[in-house]
Ligand binder design. Sequence first.
Ligand code: CZF
Ligand code: MG
Length: 239
Amino acid sequence: MSPVDLLFGTTNPGKLRELRRLVAGLAVRVVSPDDLGRPLPEVVEDGATFQANAEKKAIAWARWSGLHALADDSGLCVDALGGAPGVRSARWSDLEPDGPASPVCELAGVAELELGPVAGRAARDERNNDKLLAALSGLPDPRRAARYEAVLALARPDGTLVGTVTGTCSGRIGRARRGDGGFGYDPLFIPTAELQAGEGTRGRTMAELTPEEKDALSHRGEAFRRLRPLLATLAARGA
Ligand SMILES: O=c1[nH]c(=O)c2ncn([C@@H]3O[C@H](COP(=O)(O)OP(=O)(O)OP(=O)(O)O)[C@@H](O)[C@H]3O)c2[nH]1
Ligand SMILES: [Mg+2]
């Protein structure tokens, strides 16, 4: 039986890397928007919740591609910031242009234009992390609690929804970037499981974990494990 094609409707290479790992063992072939070689649809993420955005993206990508499509809307929610940045995590630092300049790019938004989408995203992640450190500056550990949330939505080619699943990962925001794995806020996010790893351990950030270690405890890994039975059924039916 040939694997079923599943479009992963994302513009985020970090998410795509993780999803390709997570489908291992399933008769599913992950197709990226770039694989289809057509101009990407503009999907405005104007939903107030991760679920609203994930479902909107999944439906739009399914209809655009004619394939089953999976979309992920996710983000970082910081207790001391009332749950911000939340659904605005990707572009948080662009929202108030007076955020601290990134070491990579002096002016907000210039990176995206001049360095291209990948370097632009890296520069934006740098600015987001600068802003997060500034926003929590001086707060003691107990006030630096945060959680990642991920919502995965699966849509049929006709744009109807198969299902939506969620995952979360609690942790704490560190005081300095550590590690070069993962993406986005990972260099500052210390999972609770790492903080409980034992007396005297400093707790590794998400970016210091191996990919497999991150998948085992991340919000995306948890959401995907809830999605797996739906994908197995899809694959068994040959979509
Ligand atoms: O360090 C991180 N490790 C993670 O595991 C993670 N998951 C989400 N995030 C942050 O939240 C935004 C999602 O925004 P988002 O869901 O709109 O995705 P995106 O805009 O990057 O791509 P797309 O899937 O929408 O095309 C991302 O950009 C990141 O800043 C993460 N940061
Ligand atoms: Mg997005």
